[in-house]
Design a protein around this ligand. Structure first.
Ligand code: ADP
Ligand code: MG
Length: 258
C-alpha cells in the first residue's frame, strides 16, 4: 500500500458571490498519475492553486489540505511550512511561464532557486554540478542540444518540455500541471504527455494533470477526477467514464469555447 500524498477534505471556495468549489474531497496516493477533467470554469485551476497555497479556502468551511504529510491549509488559513512545501510541488502552466530572453539552460536552473539559501538565489549563481544536472534534465526531455538557445526561439511544445525540465531540476515529488497541452498541436501534446508519463513511471513522481481533452486522460491516466460546476462529479478509473457520463459532465456546463 502506497501512502496518501495529497489529501483534500471539504474544500469550498467562493469568489465574492461566485461559488467555485463546493465540498470537494479526494485522496491521491504517491506515484499515481491522475487526470483532472471538467468543462472550462468548473474549478480545475482553482483546485490546483489551493494545493500549493496560492489560494486559500473559505474561512467558514472546515476545509483541510494535506500534501506529503504536511498541512498546507486548514479552514482558510495557510499553515507554517507551506512555502517550503510549495518547493516540493512542481507546477506546470498552460502558458509555460519561461523567461523568454534567457537561455533554455538558465530557465531550467531557475527550478533550483526555491530550495537555495536566499542569498545564493539573489546572486543567481549556479554551481558546475547544478549546470550538469540541468543539462541532464534537458536530455531527459529531449532538448539537450538547445541548452544555449534563448527560450523565446522555441516552439510551444519545446517550451513546455523546458518547463518540465525545470520541474525536474526542482526535484519535485509531486507535479501539478494545469492544462499543459491545451495550446499545443497533437504531436507536441503527445510528446509532453509521454514525458509526464515517463517521469511518473520511472521516477515514481505523483502527477496530477488537468486536461481539456478526455481522450488524453483515457490514454495516459488510469484515474480521473472530474469537476462539474465546482463539485466532485466523478472519481475513479478513467475507463469508467462512459459516453453517457461524459455527456452529462459537459452538458449545461457553460462551455465558453468558440
Ligand atoms: P477551470 O480551470 O476549470 O476553467 P477555474 O478554476 O479557472 O476553472 O475557474 C472557476 C470559476 O472561478 C470561474 O467561474 C472563474 O471565473 C472563477 N474564478 C477563478 N479565479 C477567480 C478570481 N481570482 N476571482 C473571481 N473569480 C474567479
Ligand atoms: Mg483552468
Amino acid at each position: 500500500m502506497s501512502s496518501v500524498t495529497i489529501a483534500v477534505q471539504r474544500l469550498s471556495k467562493t469568489f465574492g458571490q461566485t461559488r467555485v468549489l463546493e465540498n470537494v474531497g479526494f485522496d491521491i496516493h504517491a506515484g499515481e498519475m491522475v487526470a483532472l477533467i471538467g468543462p472550462s470554469g468548473s474549478g480545475k485551476s482553482t483546485l490546483l492553486r489551493h494545493l500549493v497555497g496560492l489560494t486559500t479556502a473559505n474561512r467558514k468551511a472546515d476545509s483541510h489540505i494535506r500534501v506529503m504529510g504536511r498541512d498546507i491549509q486548514r479552514s482558510g488559513r495557510l499553515l507554517r511550512g507551506s512555502r517550503t512545501q510549495r518547493c516540493r510541488c512542481g507546477y506546470i502552466f498552460q502558458q509555460f511561464n519561461l523567461v523568454g530572453r534567457l537561455s533554455v539552460l538558465t530557465n531550467v536552473l531557475v527550478g533550483r532557486l526555491g530550495s537555495m539559501p536566499r542569498w545564493r538565489a539573489l546572486l543567481g549563481r549556479f554551481s558546475d554540478e547544478e549546470r550538469a544536472q540541468a543539462r541532464q534534465a534537458l536530455a531527459r526531455v529531449g532538448l539537450a542540444e538547445l541548452a544555449e538557445q534563448r527560450a523565446n526561439t522555441l516552439s510551444g511544445g519545446q517550451m513546455q518540455r523546458v518547463a518540465i525540465a525545470r520541474v525536474l531540476m526542482q526535484d519535485a515529488d509531486i507535479i501539478l500541471a494545469d492544462e499543459p497541452i491545451a495550446s499545443l498541436d497533437p504531436r507536441s501534446a503527445r510528446e509532453v504527455m509521454d514525458i509526464l508519463q515517463r517521469i511518473n513511471r520511472e521516477d515514481g513522481r505523483t502527477v496530477l494533470v488537468s486536461l481539456h481533452q478526455v481522450d488524453y486522460a483515457r490514454r495516459y491516466c488510469p484515474r480521473a477526477i472530474a469537476l462539474k460546476q465546482g463539485r466532485l462529479y466523478y472519481d475513479g478509473r478513467t475507463e469508467g467514464l462512459t459516453e453517457a457520463r461524459l455527456q452529462a459532465l459537459y452538458e449545461n456546463a457553460g462551455f465558453d469555447e468558440s
